[in-house]
Design a protein around this ligand. Structure first.
Ligand code: NDP
Length: 284
């Protein structure tokens, strides 16, 4: 079997076209979605992610502003800034680019963002609502993954979904969203013994480890849906996922590539969340 490759770049572009129309309509009602991104320090990967987010926002008509602060910024200064952004009615979405310098508590920063402006979906209130299956901002990467599965009408209900990785931003929430869609979910992580025993039984395999080519065709079930979240830069400079694409593509039914897979979808969902935040204003 050769898998259908789900191209996240194309799907994200399609979504952005629809979002552009929605933003135009919102503007006609006097609502101008605005995203504020806070970037601390000069981590090159963070800078490049932020650039991608600003560019995508502009493409759909969402205005954005970037607040760049030095790595020496204190936790108090950052929290004060977030309070100001919370109070600023022209700001619909607040995104603080992670990771933060070690002297700043990421959790404290996330907890300080107004949950109604938490377009990353990381605030405990939004995480709790997601667990309860309530309408809320979903974390962008898991939201992007579910959107990719739905774009191909892939059956989730009753399927065995195996998630490798249990981070708060990818592994845990994607498992929760799949559970909300009635999958049977198994979580694996670095302490899991005999990983293959689980991966080889997965109908849907989500791999979010952060190590190149850990999962090969040998680890997956014939016809499995394989979603590769990992982004790894090899010494050659080439970007690669956590899955050995060339072997897995011959055994899976659907697979996502790296690049042009989950990454562009993550950004598209951030824009969806920003529009959702702005739309919240319609009802006030
Ligand atoms: P974390 O480092 O926070 O989590 C990695 C997870 O993988 C942990 O739960 C860890 O287990 C587990 N793990 C590590 N090694 C193994 C192993 N050998 N076998 C099984 N499990 C293992 O990473 P993130 O979740 O933030 O990100 C994962 C990857 O996804 C990274 O490459 C990141 O760059 C990428 N990413 C991509 C995004 C996108 O938009 N495409 C967005 C966000 C992340 P334990 O908990 O026991 O330590």
């Amino acid at each position: 079997m050769t898998a259908e490759v789900i191209n996240g770049k194309d799907l994200a572009q399609e979504l952005r076209m629809n979002m552009k129309e929605e933003v135009t309509k919102l503007k006609q009602k006097g609502i101008h979605p605005h995203l504020t991104v806070v970037l601390i320090g000069d981590n090159p990967a963070s800078k490049s992610y932020v650039k991608g987010k600003e560019k995508a926002a502009a493409e759909v008509g969402i205005s954005s502003s970037l607040i760049e602060l030095p790595a020496s910024t204190s936790e108090e200064e950052l929290l004060n800034l977030i309070h100001k952004l919370n109070d600023d009615i022209t700001v619909n979405g607040i995104l603080v680019q992670l990771p933060l310098p070690k002297h700043i508590s990421e959790q404290k920063v996330i907890d300080t963002i107004n949950p109604d402006k938490d377009v990353d979906g990381f605030h405990p209130i939004n995480v709790g609502k997601m667990m309860l299956g309530e309408d809320t901002f979903l974390p962008c990467t898991p939201y992007g993954i579910i959107t990719m599965l739905k774009s191909r009408s892939i059956d989730i209900e009753g399927k065995h979904a195996v998630i490798i990785g249990r981070s708060n931003i990818v592994g845990k929430p994607v498992g929760q969203l799949l559970l909300n869609e009635n999958a049977t979910v198994t979580y694996c992580h670095s302490r899991t013994t005999n990983l293959k025993e689980y991966t080889s039984k997965a109908d849907i395999l989500i791999v979010a480890i952060g190590r190149p080519n850990v999962i090969t065709a040998d680890d997956i079930k014939e016809g499995a849906v394989v979603i590769d979240v990992g982004i790894n830069r090899l010494e050659t400079g080439k970007l690669t996922g956590d899955v050995d694409f060339d072997s897995a593509v011959e055994k899976a039914s659907y697979i996502t590539p790296v690049p042009k897979g989950v990454g562009p979808m993550t950004i598209a969902m951030l824009l969806e969340n920003t529009i959702k935040a702005a739309k919240g204003l319609e009802n006030r």
